[in-house]
Structures are given as C-alpha cells and as structure tokens.
Design a protein around this ligand. Structure first.
Ligand code: ADP
Ligand code: ZN
Length: 580
C-alpha cells in the first residue's frame, strides 16, 4: 500500500514534469510573440484588428490583435501616437517594467501542464467535467444591487428591458395567458454604451442572480470545453431558479459562417454555438430565465442566433445624445465633490460621440486629477484636463474644433436626407434625424417611413433615390464640389442598387425596355447599356435634388442648425421646421 502510493506519486511527478516542459515548448511555439513590421501594424490598426497596445520605454511595443495573436513592432515614439491609437479604439497600456509578467506566465504554464495531464488521464468525458469545475462560473456577488436607477439615458432600450423584469418575476401569469415571451434579448451598440450595465440592472430589478460569460472566452479553448461550459452555465442558472444569463461579445461565438471558411478554425466555435442554441430551446417558458447577449457587430452575427425562440428581441443601445450625456454625467458625479461652478450641461455639449463608459471615465479621471492637485473639489479645470486625457491622451492638441466641423458636416448631410424625404412626397414621414452615429451607419442617420403600400411605383423609386442622394447633395451645396466627404458611400450603394433594379429588374425604363437583367446575365448575354443608363438616371436625379434643396435652402440651414444644437430631432420638431 505504502510503496504503491509512493510509486504513484513519483509517476505523477514525472508525468507532470514531462508535460510541463512539453506545454512550455508548446506555448513557445504556438503563442510565440511574432515580429511585425511597422507598416503591417499600421494596416492592422486601420482595419480595426488591433485590440491592445502596450507602450513601454524600450525600443519595441507589444501588440495584441483582436484574434488574440501577440506581436512586437517598432515604437514610433512620435507625439500623438497614443492619440492615434485611442482614435482607433485600441486599449493602450503603459508599462514601465515587465518583471510582473513572469508570474502569471508561470501560473499559466503550470495550469496548462495540469490541463494536459487531466485531459490525457481520463479521456474526454471526465476531463470535461473537471475543466468545467475549474472554470467555475459564479453568479456575480456584488454587494451593491444595480438597478435601472444606475442607468441614465437610453430610455427606449431601458423600457424594453423593464418589460422583461415583470416576466422574470411572474412567468406563471404570462404562461396562463398563453403569451410566448422572448427567450433571448440581443443588445447591440457601440462599446461602453451600457449593455452590460443594463443586463445587470435587469437582474437587479428582478432580484435574481446574474451569470455572465464572454464569447471571447470560448475562442481558444480545448475541444469540447466551450460546449461544456455553456451547459454548465445553464445548469447553474436552472438550479438557481430564476436568473439572467449574460453573454458578452456573442459575435465571437456566433459569427456568420462563410462557405470558404477553414472548417477546422471554426469547428469549436460552432460546437459552442450549437450547445448554446440547444440549451436555449431546452428550457421551458415558465422558468423565468432570460438570456441577454451583447454585441457591437450585429451585421456579422450568424442568422441562426436571431431566429424565433432564440435572440428574437433585438434592442439597440445607442451612444447618448446631449441630454443622455448630461444625465450620465450627473449620475457619475453623485458621489463626488463637484464644485458649484461646474457646468455639466456644458460638459455634455462638448462630449459628443462619448459613450457612457467614456463619460464615467471622464468623471473618474477628473477626480483623480483633483486629488493629485490636492484640491478640495473637482473643478472645471480638472474636467478639462481629464477631457483631453480621456479623448486623446495628449493635452497639446485641441480636437474639439475638428469635432465641431465633423458635427456640422454630418448635420447638413442628415438634414439633406430628411428634407428631401419631406419634399419629394407629402405623405413621407421622417420620424427621427440624428447626428449621433448608430451601429447601422456612419455619421448620423435619418429615419424615413414611406407610406404603407403593397407596390412601389416608379415615382416612389425615383423619390427614394433622391432621398439617398440628399446627403451628398447637401454637402456639395454647402461646402462645394471639392469638399464632399466619404460619408455618402452607403447612400450611393443604395441609390445604385435602386436604379439598376428599376431598369433591369422592374422594366421601368423606356430606353432599356422590358428585358430582365437577371435572365440576361444567367445566359451570359450582353446586358449592354444598363450601366450607362443607370448612371444617366442617377446624374439626372442628382441635378433634380440639387435644385430641390437649393430652392429650400433656408429650411436646410434651419434643420442643420437645430441638429447641431440638439443632435437629435423628433418628428414634431422636424415638421415644425419644415412647415414653418
Ligand atoms: P458595454 O457593455 O455596452 O460595453 P458597459 O455596460 O460595460 O458597456 O459600460 C461600462 C461602464 O460605463 C458602466 O459600468 C457605467 O459605469 C458606464 N456607463 C455606460 N453606459 C451608461 C449609462 N447609460 N448610464 C450610466 N453609466 C453608464
Ligand atoms: Zn447619408
């Protein structure tokens, strides 16, 4: 017995050592930090593929890509480098010593050694169980319950989540009335807009546990582990009874599947996703479990996730407008000694495009600066200093002037769309115009609701094309041909698509006639004048739109001016300006 035990121990240690060194070697080859040329780094940066950059005093900087790869590249050490990184939404970490990194590395390596050990020891089934245990997912035990009072602005999103609170609390009642409620809610919007916060508030209001995981945690895990973690997560939630399950960054789990994808690369992701979908369809309607997922890329999500019974309720969480920013600033000043002369309304005006997280950061930085300067309270001066460090990480440059022009161009562009929409057809409704970007488009957006009709007439299509061109036209009228911007790209896409469909699909052009382009191209027949004719139509409509806006130029100015002040105009405000 004794000997046996010792033997076992020795064996265990030997195996551990062997596996440890093997995994060390594995780590070095697999997760090796690559050398990256500075130009490649810049390309990655511009494509938004850079997640984090570690700045140091040395000659190199460390780069973490969105796919988890690490690399080092030259440190340009130019002024404004950090500013540039921040503009691309890169996490900037400033390191002075790297010794502290060694310890987590050692822990990681040993952990991997043990993982390999366990996996080898008991084959997959047992290992899965062990692994799931190791990655214990616990309900967030925050001492302070978060409620909707902690969320400012974004009233629409808040309301649709508040609806769900009642369902979590009283699922039986809904069940009795045969109401089918959404299993999953998808929150989409820019980073830092409060998606996590709202999901937490939902759990807080309903007084149920909150279980959170992130899709990106599943990206590089051992085979089968992602799926087992999902099962574990749902089991915990079910055991707890009612609860809110939150899955952040769901896009890294449920990306659209491309046919050309390397199958081995996404297999694990697929397995995890399938486990999630199975679990979601597995629980009954009366359990009071709600799954909330968050993403800032709705466009790349696998459609399978959006089907009924899955994440069939989608709620946009947008960047706050000026009022929302004011509310958020007030909220995050509550527990801080803010000087009386601090004008948070003014701060709200100057923080266009700031997310809630950035505003929180702004107030926090202000507090830190105030403490450092041994001030009794937070003054406007502290906030101004913090503003630059939050925005650009560099006090030298004044970006507010640049932002101001951006804002004006966007205002005219969006006013152009909205005004054309109101002018080309009397029954067109424009319910909202905004210069705050939405996840669906660049710059701002305007929301037109064409009248409900079964068919579109040729005139309707021509009008729609003019509405699409309205943004670019307004830019040209106000700033001149030379100063038009790239902001119209998706508008032009739409306009081109509509023009081509009009003449090539719907046979609405006398010159091209009744031939269907789809049939022609499927038989490899020459579709001849189609492109030329579409171009001609677009050019003519562009001229018409210029004339239309020029003869209503005062309304255009007035709409743009109001947009610059208020950032968002609702239907009544728009109508008041247009029909003044
Ligand atoms: P997301 O999940 O959308 O990336 P988070 O919920 O993680 O954003 O937001 C990060 C932090 O920013 C929050 O914890 C909160 O302090 C602050 N914040 C963001 N949006 C709001 C908001 N609407 N109201 C109040 N605070 C906010
Ligand atoms: Zn546009």
């Amino acid at each position: 017995m004794q000997i046996n035990k010792k033997l076992k121990l020795i064996l265990l240690i030997t195996i551990s050592i062997v596996l440890l060194s093997a995994s060390l070697f594995y780590m070095q080859t697999k997760n090796k930090i690559e050398d990256m040329t500075y130009t490649l780094f810049l390309t990655h940066l511009q494509k938004g593929l850079v997640k984090e950059v570690e700045l140091s005093n040395g000659g190199k900087i460390k780069v973490k890509l969105t796919n988890g790869k690490l690399a080092i590249t030259d440190n340009p050490r130019t002024d404004g480098f950090k500013e540039e990184l921040l503009m691309y939404d890169v996490n900037v970490v400033e390191k002075t010593n790297s010794a502290s990194q060694a310890i987590p590395m050692i822990i990681l390596v040993s952990a991997m050694g043990f993982m390999v050990f366990y996996l080898n020891k008991n084959m997959s089934k047992q290992a899965e169980k062990e692994m799931a245990k190791m990655s214990e997912i616990d309900a967030e035990s925050s001492n302070k319950r978060i409620t909707f009072k902690d969320v400012a602005g974004n009233d629409e999103a808040k309301e649709s989540l508040m609806d769900m609170v009642d369902f979590i609390k009283n699922p039986e009642i809904y069940n009795k009335f045969g109401a089918r409620l959404p299993r999953g809610i998808l929150l989409y919007g820019a980073p830092g807009t409060g998606k996590t916060l709202m999901a937490k508030a939902m759990a807080g209001e309903a007084e149920v546990p909150f279980y959170a995981v992130s899709g990106s945690d599943f990206v590089q895990v051992y085979a089968g582990l992602g799926a087992s973690r999902i099962r574990e997560l749902f089991k915990k939630a079910k055991d707890a009874g009612k609860s809110v399950i939150f899955i952040d960054e769901i896009d890294s789990l449920g990306k659209k599947r491309k046919s050309g994808d390397n199958p081995s690369g996404s297999e694990e992701g697929d397995r995890t996703l399938n486990a999630l979908l199975t679990e979601m369809s597995g629980f009954k309607d009366n359990e009071g479990i709600i799954v909330v997922a968050a993403t800032n890329r709705l466009d790349i999500l696998d459609e399978a996730l959006l089907r009924p019974g899955r994440f069939d309720r989608q709620v946009e969480v947008s960047l706050p407008d000026v009022n929302g920013r004011y509310e958020i600033l007030k909220l995050h000043s509550r527990n801080k000694p803010v000087a009386k002369n601090v004008n948070l309304k003014k701060v709200a005006l100057e923080t266009i495009y700031f997310s809630g997280a950035k505003l929180e950061n702004l107030m926090n930085e202000s507090a830190i600066i105030a403490v450092k300067e041994k001030s009794k309270e937070i003054t406007m001066d502290h906030i101004n200093k913090a503003y630059y460090s939050v925005l650009v990480g560099d006090e030298k440059k004044d970006r507010s002037s640049i932002k101001h022009i951006d804002r004006e161009i966007t205002a005219y562009h969006e006013a152009g769309h909205a005004l054309v929409a109101k002018l080309v057809a009397e029954d067109n409704r424009v319910t909202k115009v905004s210069i705050i970007p939405s996840t669906k488009g660049m710059g701002g957006f305007s929301l037109n609701i064409p009248p409900d009709k079964m068919y579109q007439t040729k005139k309707d299509i021509l009008s729609s094309i003019m509405i699409s061109l309205g943004g670019r036209v307004a830019e040209e009228i106000i700033y001149g041909k030379e100063n038009i911007t790239t902001g119209a790209s998706s508008d032009l896409e739409k306009a081109t698509d509509m023009a081509l469909s009009m003449i090539g699909v719907f046979g609405m052009d006398e010159e091209v006639g009744l031939l269907s382009y789809n049939v022609l191209s499927s038989r490899n027949l020459n579709s001849g004048t189609l492109t030329d004719r579409a171009k001609e139509i677009l050019n003519n409509l562009y001229e018409d739109t210029i004339n239309l806006l020029n003869s209503n130029i005062n309304i255009l100015h007035s709409l743009a001016k109001n947009l610059i002040d208020k950032e968002v105009l609702n239907e009544d405000e728009i109508n008041n300006i247009v029909y003044q």
